[in-house]
Design a protein around this ligand. Structure first.
Ligand code: GDP
Length: 298
């Protein structure tokens, strides 16, 4: 795991601002904007987005005497304005089965997120089938079976090392035969061999399209909040490999506040479907941009 994100230390705006929370007002000048920019970058919001945020803050406040709280609130509003357009739950279609391909590097929380999502969908009255498409990692398959039984959802598996695409095809056949509403397909996340992974995912897509030319209906990329700026390069890589339609960010219950989500939203505009806030089955929360922005500006 990476070191705790710098923004996890409280009061980062107060520090940049040079006053203690609630203390004297100061004139918002270039120097202050610069140090604010710096802490936004430290908080993983990325250079471009940090510059943009400080420019927006300057628009309403430059040269004025402002207090920490006012700056915090203004910044939270600007951040929420970037996040609000992308806060969109996983869309549910009438199509049966709706196929959701779940991608991401190993360890990002794919398996866990699939388990949580399956449970939520079940709770919403949907019938769900899971396909354990990372046939390479025995542990991943076992984990998914555990999650499946917790969620009360069948998990289709194949022998270790067998072709994930043929498993995906069998899962499509089963989901169709059972009239399942949703099919969630786990995939491998071995980025060390990008070419292999690309071919593997492309083959899964090709094969399930034999059953439904529109599938997969969603390709959800799972990102680990504790990897900070890495999330940006992961989105870039996976967008080349797969037709990513939305994001889930996990591990936001720890020290990482997920400032990188602001950079992601600003740069890619991909929907953020949900956030992972723990290791239990109910720990997949809707993404609330206002709450998130307030937590971020702390
Ligand atoms: P995968 O390799 O992408 O399938 O990742 P896993 O689902 O196996 O998750 C890797 C580790 O991260 C496991 O120990 C999970 O319990 C943990 N994890 C996943 N999501 C979250 C989350 O939202 N919060 C916390 N604290 N841990 C998580």
């Amino acid at each position: 795991a990476a070191a705790p994100a710098p923004e996890s230390r409280p009061g980062f705006i107060a520090r940049a601002f040079g006053t203690k929370p609630g203390e004297v007002k100061r004139v918002l000048d270039d120097a202050m904007l610069e140090s604010l920019e710096e802490v936004l970058i430290q908080a993983d919001m990325g250079v471009e987005t940090s510059i943009k945020l400080s420019a927006r803050l300057a628009e309403g406040h430059f040269g004025r005497r402002v207090g920490t709280r006012e700056i915090k609130e203004a910044l939270a509003r600007e951040i929420a304005a970037i996040l609000t357009p992308v806060a969109r739950p996983l869309p549910i279609y009438a199509k049966r089965p709706q196929v959701v391909l779940v991608v991401g590097v190993n360890g990002s929380g794919k398996t866990t997120t699939i388990g949580k999502l399956a449970s939520q969908l079940r709770g919403a009255g949907k019938s769900v089938v899971i396909a354990a498409g990372d046939t390479f990692r025995a542990a991943a398959v076992e984990q998914l079976q555990v999650w499946g039984s917790r969620a009360g959802v069948p998990v289709m598996t194949a022998p270790q090392g067998s072709d994930p695409a043929s498993l995906a095809f069998d899962a499509m056949v089963r989901a169709e035969a059972e009239g399942a509403d949703m099919l969630l397909i786990d995939t491998a996340g071995r980025l060390q061999n990008r070419q292999d992974l690309m071919e593997e995912l492309a083959k899964i897509v090709r094969v399930i399209r034999k059953k439904d030319p529109q599938a997969p209906h969603n390709t959800v990329l799972v990102l680990d909040a504790t990897t900070g700026q890495n999330a940006l390069s992961q989105v870039e890589i996976f967008r080349k490999i797969a037709d990513v339609s939305g994001l889930v960010m996990t591990k936001l219950d720890g020290t990482a506040k997920g400032g990188v989500l602001v950079a992601l939203a600003d740069r890619f505009g991909l929907p953020i479907h949900a956030i992972g806030v723990g290791e239990s089955i109910d720990d997949l929360a809707p993404f609330d941009p206002d709450e998130f922005a307030r937590a971020l500006t702390g």
